[in-house]
Write a protein that binds this ligand. Structure first.
Ligand code: BG6
Length: 511
């Protein structure tokens, strides 16, 4: 069994990042997120010896499991979904001993009293010292209910020198008004410093590396502005459909599911000014400044700056797949978008005149999430009396997934007596430079929450400002009929999305 290595990843992780004794309480422990992401992430943290020995992990849900049934269920989930494959018997044994389960209804105060009693028992028996990290992996309607009930039994109270943190999953609201209401409700019980709004894109290595690339190197930042950058494209393409999540997705759509949160978070890291320090307050302040510089889209602009689509039946990698309206738990007349594209202006000194184009969609030909920084053409070409009249401008792409890495395209001379130019590329790949894959985003983010570092979580004003930008897009779309389905599964989206780019004389990158 390997638990540590010489990889820079492991070494980086080990520096000052041992959490204090604590209890982690997962609300919604019988759900999909807990099976696929949270338990495998906690187990992998245990495998890397990054969890304190004095710890308890409590699952809470309605399903009437015993502790042992919960353990059996989680072991199966971990072996199916953990990035490390097979469960290591020795590590599992220690991990399973820390697992407890409490069953009940989230709106029943008795559940919280039983939970409180169990946590106090763990303080006495396992030395968890009163610290608690509550993780809300439930349907969003329960977020305020759980927070309120935790408050009622004193579980939000930090006055004894202990910590009480609340990790809130997405979706954080479904528009500006509901996000504001949720922030307001949570703030009645938990102070902002106790609330960790998770956006798992911020836990992805390439997303974090953006800041290192920009601010840890000299050569990019001088060019990172309107003078040299023509435009930026940020794409989150998925080949998957809604994968049994039709019930949730049909009420959300691509704009709420990905663009408002993940893509705006990425955009703010691409566009922000250098923070004075890489700490939570400075980074959040800079991100909010960028979001505030984006004028909220007005209803009358929507047709020009936004495009929406919904997939019909088609083929993915040669295999026939149904249209969105035929998916399980989706309304057969649904007007929910599975494709969204948006042109965004960042109106500040650095970016005025350099548009950012965002797109997110399901059932595109392949999975590819990337940031593409398209540089301008050189102002003058000195290759007189040669066939060279134009050159392909430089392009920097940061691949978030799959095959995380970066690539810079530039022109080079083809060997030979004539001046013949060709675009070549300089590539960096995480896999080959660091000899191992990246940890799962949830591992990083859970560890950050455990050590009290909220840098890679979303602050209340980021979430609200991002909603403000797209609020009227939602209004305009809700109030007008959509011509759906308007793209085939396995194609690159609706024509309106290409038109959006063509109006500016540009094209989406083929990924
Ligand atoms: C989630 C969305 O937030 O992100 C899903 O709800 C989407 O619809 C997923 O599939 C994509 O995440 P990743 O990490 O696979 O890019």
């Amino acid at each position: 069994m390997t638990t540590a290595s010489d990889s820079p990843f492991d070494l980086g992780w080990r520096l000052n990042r041992t959490p204090a004794p604590t209890a982690v309480v997962v609300f919604g422990a019988s759900g999909d997120l807990s099976h696929r992401k949270l338990m495998p992430a906690l187990y992998n943290l245990a495998l890397q010896q990054l969890l304190p020995p004095e710890m308890v992990i409590v699952g809470v849900a309605l399903t009437p499991w015993s502790d042992d049934e919960f353990r059996t269920e989680m072991k199966a989930a971990i072996s199916e979904h953990s990035r490390n494959g097979e469960v290591d018997d020795e590590v599992w044994h220690g991990f399973a001993q820390r697992l407890r389960y409490v069953s009940g209804s989230f709106d029943d105060l008795d559940l919280y009293q039983r939970l409180d009693a169990l946590l106090k028992e763990a303080d006495a028996d396992l030395g968890t010292r009163g610290n608690r990290l509550f993780y809300l992996a439930t349907a969003p309607t329960f977020f305020p209910v759980i927070a309120m009930n935790l408050g009622k039994v004193g579980l939000a109270d930090e006055s004894d020198g202990v910590y009480r943190r609340l990790v809130v999953e997405k979706p954080f609201g479904e528009d500006l008004a509901t996000a504001q209401a949720l922030n307001q409700e949570l703030s009645q019980v938990f102070a902002e410093a106790q609330v960790y709004r998770i956006d798992h894109y911020l836990g992805k290595e390439t997303v974090q590396n953006l800041m290192v690339l920009r601010f840890g190197n000299l050569i990019f930042e001088p060019l990172w502005n309107r003078r040299y950058v023509d435009h930026v494209q940020i794409t989150a393409a998925e080949d998957l459909g809604v994968e049994g999540r039709g019930g949730y997705y049909d009420g959300a759509g691509a704009l709420r599911d990905i663009l408002q949160n993940h893509l705006f978070q990425v955009l703010s890291l691409v566009a922000m000014e250098p923070p004075a320090r890489f700490d939570s307050r400075d980074v959040h302040d800079e991100k909010v400044k960028v979001l505030r510089a984006i004028p909220p889209v007005r209803v009358e602009e929507v047709a020009e700056v936004a495009a929406r689509g919904q997939y019909g039946p088609g083929y993915i990698a040669g295999v026939p797949v149904p249209g969105y309206r035929e998916e399980e738990k989706v309304d057969p007349n649904s007007n929910t978008e599975t494709f969204v594209a948006l042109k965004v202006r960042v109106e500040n000194w650095r970016w005025a005149g350099t548009p950012f184009y965002l797109r997110a969609a399901k059932r595109l030909p392949k999975r590819a999430t990337e940031i593409a920084v398209q540089f301008r053409s050189p102002p003058h070409l000195p290759f007189l009396e040669t066939p060279v009249e134009t050159v392909t401008p430089n392009l920097l792409t940061l691949r978030i997934q799959p095959d995380e890495g970066a690539s810079l395209k530039f022109v080079a001379k083809v060997p030979g007596p004539s001046v013949d130019l060709r675009t070549v590329s300089m590539d960096f790949s995480y896999g080959s430079s660091f000899l191992k894959g990246s940890p799962e985003a949830y591992e990083r983010l859970l560890l950050d929450a455990l050590v009290g570092d909220s840098t890679l979580f979303a602050r209340w004003d980021e979430v609200e400002t991002a909603w403000e930008i797209v609020d009227q897009v939602l209004t305009a779309w809700a109030g007008s009929a959509a011509d759906f389905p308007n793209y085939d599964a396995g194609s690159w989206g609706p024509e309106s999305s290409d038109d959006l780019m063509a109006r500016d004389g540009r094209r989406w990158r083929r990924l």
